[in-house]
Structure formats: C-alpha cells, structure tokens
Design a protein around this ligand. Structure first.
Ligand SMILES: NC(=O)c1ccc[n+]([C@@H]2O[C@H](COP(=O)([O-])OP(=O)(O)OC[C@H]3O[C@@H](n4cnc5c(N)ncnc54)[C@H](O)[C@@H]3O)[C@@H](O)[C@H]2O)c1
Length: 303
C-alpha cells in the first residue's frame, strides 16, 4: 500500500457534505487525516438546512475505518467556525489543515440583483473563508508544525456575466488567501487557493463546451497535496484543478506604466498619451462579444 499523505493530521473541511467538499473530506480520511466535516446541508441557494448531509459523510468515513465528526452549522457564523476549529483541537489536539469549500449560488444579471442576493453570496463564500481562516490561524500560528489553509475560488474570480456577487466573492477570496499567506508565513502557516471545475449540482448550468469538466474526485488529490508536508514550501498560489489538468495562475502585477512630465497628470495629457499604458483585453470579452453577435444574427429574420 502506498504512503498515507496526511497520517496524524487533523483537518477541517467546509461544504464537506456534497460535491467537491465531500470528495475532499473522504480523500483526506483515506490519506490518514481525522476530519471535521462541516456542512449546513442547504439547497443550492442556501435555503432549507439539514444536519443529515454532514452526518452522512461522517458515517461514510467511519464505515471505512476513519475518524470524523460533523458540524452542521452555517460556516459564515463566527461562532460556528470557532466551534469547528475547537472541535478538532479539543478532540485530537491540533488543527493542521482547513479547507473552505462551502458555497451557494444566486445567479442574476447585475442590474436585477437584490441586496440579499449579493449579501448572501458574499457572506457564505468570502466571510465563510474569513471565519475559518481567522480561527484556524490563531491556533496554527502557535503550533510547532504550523498549518495549511486551502481556499476555494473559481475561474469566475476574473469576472462573470451573470454572477457579479459570486465573482466578487471569489476575487475577494484570492485577496484573502494571498494576505493570509503573506501574514502567516513567519508562523509556518501556508495559504493557497484552488479553482476547480467538476461535475456537481453547482456546475450543472455551465455549458460543457465552455470549459474542461472533471469529477469532484479529480480535485481531491491536489488538495491533499496542499495539506501535506510534501508542499511545505508552497504558499500564496492559485491552481486550477479539473479532470487530469492542474494549472498554476500568475500573480497579479503591474505590466506597463507611464509617467507625467510634471507632478500630476492633466486629462489632456492622458488623452494624448493613453496608448502608452493602453488596456489589456479581458480573455472572456471576446467570447461575450461573439455571443452578442450570435444573438443579433439569430434575432434577424431568415432571408
Ligand atoms: N463545481 C464546479 O465546477 C466549481 C467551479 C468553480 C468553483 N467551485 C467552487 O467549489 C466549491 C464547491 O462547489 P460544489 O460544486 O461542490 O458545490 P455543491 O453545491 O455541490 O456543494 C456545496 C456544499 O456547501 C454547503 N454549504 C452551503 N452553504 C453553507 C454554509 N453557509 N455553511 C456550511 N456549508 C454550506 C452545501 O450544503 C453543500 O453541501 C464552491 O466554493 C464553488 O464555488 C465549483
């Protein structure tokens, strides 16, 4: 039998009741970790919570000979996250990894989006990372062995046509993760983000021709790697994981600048010299424009 990569580690996984989170929790347990399975058991829009979803995954782990405990609360609640971290520390003595997978969707064009739809998505995704990172890192920084934080972002962090709330949350998660990596490196705590693409209820509406598509189980090995000691020098990174592909994203840096001849730019000078910085075409803008043209063509009567 091959080496278990998380032997002796205690890991918390949010959104662990379904989809990718479930696959991550099961794989962590197979790799020797004890797992706090956090899941509110909600519908895709965040409604109708039930504890059965988290309990079922705990039962699966235990049936396979692993150790796990469930937390069925709303992870965007500070006290739920603190309780989940304390659960690992109280029962097993440490918290070595925290993986934030929980998420909901409230898709709507920006001009129709309600305040509630915006707030709920930001709360579950972005605050649901802060709560866990905050409480886990407070313990991890005092442990000799440090710890590993794994965030779940999305390719949509670069922008999305009809999910401005989700894109904003996923972009915020990237900033939060990089900040965690920078602020916690001196304590031996690492933070990385993954952008998965996998067949779940959440991705059911994504046209498959638009992207690669894999299974939740394809995402889990890289998350295990990021939690393991094998990645002890890996931090502040973002990886796409889908099917048999793992890709690293670049770091966002300035790429061109222009300087005014005096202390301050005048608008006239910017107009005259703007092309020196110019603009970077958004990769999806080409596709958005193509779809607009298709829609226009489709709306014309056949000739
Ligand atoms: N599936 C994809 O292709 C894809 C693509 C990009 C990003 N993601 C991200 O990956 C993550 C997992 O997505 P998935 O497709 O497995 O989704 P999923 O809907 O299958 O699972 C999400 C889980 O999170 C739980 N959850 C929701 N709100 C919660 C809360 N407040 N507290 C605790 N648990 C809560 C749900 O009960 C559910 O079990 C999400 O963060 C998602 O944004 C997924």
């Amino acid at each position: 039998m091959s080496k278990k990569h998380l032997e002796g580690k205690n890991v918390l996984v949010t959104g662990a009741g379904r989809g990718i989170g479930r696959a991550v929790a099961l794989r962590c347990a197979q790799e020797g970790a004890r797992v706090v399975v956090c899941d509110y058991g909600v519908a895709q829009d965040g409604s109708d919570p039930t504890s059965e979803v988290a309990d079922a995954v705990v039962a699966e782990i235990q049936a396979a000979g692993g150790e796990a405990v469930s937390v069925a609360g709303d992870i965007s609640d500070m006290s739920v996250a603190e309780g989940a971290v304390r659960m690992a520390v109280g029962r097993w003595g440490s918290i070595d990894g925290a993986v934030c997978v929980a998420g909901i969707l409230r898709e709507r064009m920006l001009f129709n989006m309600t305040e509630e739809e915006f707030d709920d998505v930001i709360r579950v995704h972005l605050k649901g990372h802060f709560t866990v990172f905050r409480h886990a890192s407070a313990i991890m920084r005092k442990q000799d062995t440090g710890g590993s934080l794994v965030a779940f972002t999305s390719g949509a962090h670069t922008g999305s046509v009809s999910q401005a709330n989700y894109a904003a949350a996923k972009s915020g998660i990237v900033g939060l993760t990089r900040s965690a990596a920078l602020g916690l490196s001196r304590y031996g705590v690492r933070a990385n983000a993954v952008a998965p693409i996998a067949r779940t209820r959440m991705s059911a509406g994504v046209p498959t021709e638009m992207s690669d598509m894999g299974e939740p189980e394809d995402v889990a090995p890289m998350v295990v790697y990021l939690l393991s000691d094998a990645s002890k020098d890996v931090t502040a990174q973002m990886y796409t994981i889908t099917g048999n592909k793992i890709a690293v994203w670049n770091q966002t840096v300035e790429i061109r600048e222009m300087r005014a001849a005096t202390d301050q730019w005048s608008v006239d000078d910017i107009v005259a010299r703007f092309d020196e910085v110019g603009q970077e075409v958004h990769p999806f803008m080409v596709e958005v424009e193509r779809r607009r043209q298709d829609a226009l063509a489709g709306s014309r009567p056949n000739q």
